[in-house]
Design a protein around this ligand. Structure first.
Ligand code: CA
Length: 225
């Protein structure tokens, strides 16, 4: 899962980045409202952690704007302690959840998991199932009949992305944006390499899950008949 943090308090932003990365999320951080809006509009995030009081544009205005544009990315609003009216405004503007500062990072992680989960198919806890496998991104393991296998971080992120977008064809560009970020220098052969690794692993553990190539378009996860 790729998470955007929009928070102008540098130390809090860095602490959140650190804890989310430790939990195997891909994280980007921006420090003002205008950058926040730009990044959210890229459409590559699974969850946005959005502070309310921000330079240039506040969180509630960002939220109104992206909901007006029809973007349904889950958003957790952060507000200062006790600002109940902010909570109400945030929820009215289209926030999915809300945390008052100071908050417990375990609480934030639980909320993020709950929001991210809405997009996938749930088996139990944090896992995503597809065919005869289920992926647990929190510990980089994929379970299959008779065992479990560890994946590297990128393989795990790639498989997670393909499961979450199982009914569509994902282009190499979309995968690069998701796994490396849209200003990265990763190229399409990076994707090919990781698709190759992941295919090898899937063929060893799964009887029916395959990554199929749609020539000239991209990749899609399929269940073999
Ligand atoms: Ca702030």
């Amino acid at each position: 899962m790729r998470i955007l943090i929009v928070e102008d308090e540098k130390r809090l932003a860095e602490a959140l980045e650190h804890i989310l990365k430790k939990n195997n999320y891909t994280v980007d951080v921006v420090y003002d409202g205008e950058d926040g809006l730009d990044y959210i509009e890229s459409g590559i995030y699974d969850v946005v952690v959005l502070d309310n009081m921000l330079p240039k544009m506040n969180g509630v205005d960002i939220l109104r704007e992206i909901r007006r544009e029809g973007m349904d990315v889950p958003v957790i609003m952060l507000t200062a302690l006790g600002e109940i009216s902010d909570k109400v405004r945030g929820l009215d503007a289209g926030a999915d959840d809300y945390l008052a500062k100071p908050f417990d990072t375990d609480e934030l992680l639980a909320r993020i998991r709950a929001l991210g989960r809405r997009r996938g198919e749930i088996v139990a806890d944090n896992s995503l199932s597809f065919g005869d496998i289920s992926l647990d991104p929190s510990n980089l393991t994929v379970k299959y009949q008779g065992g479990e296998m560890e994946l590297t971080l990128k393989e795990c992120q790639l498989l997670e992305y393909l499961i979450l977008h199982k009914n569509m064809v994902s282009s190499k560009e979309q995968i690069i944006e998701k796994l490396w970020g849209f200003d990265s220098e990763a190229e399409s052969n990076h994707v090919e390499v990781y698709i190759h690794f992941l295919r090898n692993k899937l063929s060893a553990i799964s009887k029916n899950v395959v990554i199929s190539t749609v020539r000239g378009v991209g990749y899609t996860l399929k269940i073999k008949e």
